[in-house]
Design a protein around this ligand. Structure first.
Ligand SMILES: NC(=O)c1ccc[n+]([C@@H]2O[C@H](COP(=O)([O-])OP(=O)(O)OC[C@H]3O[C@@H](n4cnc5c(N)ncnc54)[C@H](O)[C@@H]3O)[C@@H](O)[C@H]2O)c1
Length: 269
């Protein structure tokens, strides 16, 4: 058990990547505080962990609200006496040409995806300092490493997460706090449902065909599964990553590395 007795706080735990990571952390022996704005969903995940012999609890939290974030850190420490890992993962995806993005949509995306990470770090770091260190992992995105048409708001929020991660890594390295982020490519989770629907409208095809179009963006030729991101998060959170801080780790089937081979005419042999 790679996370035995570590205390982990995971945001966006009700669904997708956060749910998979919560379940994996539970299996690996961590005590897991599952938080989400969807409190019932987070509670279901905590029960799933407990049903298989793990130790977990849940809270309803809006990561864009400072008092909620303070409460999630306080209640985790009250319950288990420490906080070893914070996984800032909650997020939303918004899209469209910049000329059509409403100011409220911009504010909401930045508030949840970027301010939420800032608030989590702001309130978790003092607790980690008391115990001599900790590990923070943030969910950025491949869309935080390069520009993507129609995703300018989302890209701006995730690009912010990448540089917030690097800045905090150097700010707290000497105090034993490591700060890293994962940059997923396209992962099969509900966050993409509206984009799949939009793709279907444009091409008049099935959801599976829409997913297949996204798959072909990746050199590996498929989209990722939430568990594949969860395993990268577990590594960055664990002591196995003890000399790794300030990293933005693509978990993306080669998407960030370059275009798929088939776009370049394929390869023989
Ligand atoms: N799925 C992908 O292709 C992909 C790719 C790159 C990055 N990401 C990022 O991964 C993270 C997880 O997304 P996912 O794909 O698992 O999607 P998801 O929709 O399955 O999960 C996101 C979770 O965040 C929660 N959430 C939303 N707003 C919140 C708030 N204000 N406070 C607390 N919780 C809130 C939702 O209720 C949901 O449970 C997000 O930050 C997303 O931007 C996803």
């Amino acid at each position: 058990m790679r996370l035995k007795d570590k205390v982990a706080l995971i945001t966006g735990a009700a669904s997708g990547i956060g749910k998979s990571t919560s379940l994996l952390f539970g299996r690996e022996g961590a005590k897991v505080m599952c938080v989400d704005i969807n409190g019932e969903g987070a509670e279901r995940v905590a029960h799933q962990i407990a049903d298989t012999g793990g130790d977990a609890a849940s809270l309803t939290v809006d990561v864009a609200q400072e008092e909620d974030v303070q409460r999630m850190v306080r209640e985790t420490v009250e319950r288990w006496g420490r906080l070893d890992t914070l996984y800032n993962n909650a997020g939303i995806a918004t899209g469209g040409p910049v000329t059509q993005v409403q100011e409220e949509e911009w504010d909401r995306t930045i508030d949840i995806n970027l301010k939420g990470v800032f608030l989590g770090c702001k309130h978790a770091i003092p607790e980690m300092l008391k115990q001599g260190g900790g590990a923070i992992v943030n969910t950025a995105s491949d869309a935080g490493l390069r520009g993507t048409a129609w995703l300018s708001t989302y890209c701006a929020s995730k690009g912010g997460v990448v540089l917030l991660t690097k800045s905090l890594a150097v700010e707290w390295a000497q105090q034993g706090i490591r700060v890293n982020c994962v940059c997923p490519g396209v992962i099969r989770t509900p966050i993409l449902d509206p984009f799949i629907e939009r793709g279907r409208e444009l091409f008049s095809d099935s959801a599976e065909e829409a997913w297949e179009r996204l798959a072909q963006l990746h050199p590996i030729g498929r989209v990722g599964e939430p568990e594949e991101v969860a395993r990268a998060v577990m590594f960055l959170a664990s002591d196995e990553a003890s000399f790794i801080t300030g990293v933005a780790l693509p978990v993306d089937g080669g998407l960030e590395a370059g275009p798929p081979m088939q776009r370049l005419g394929g390869i023989d042999g």
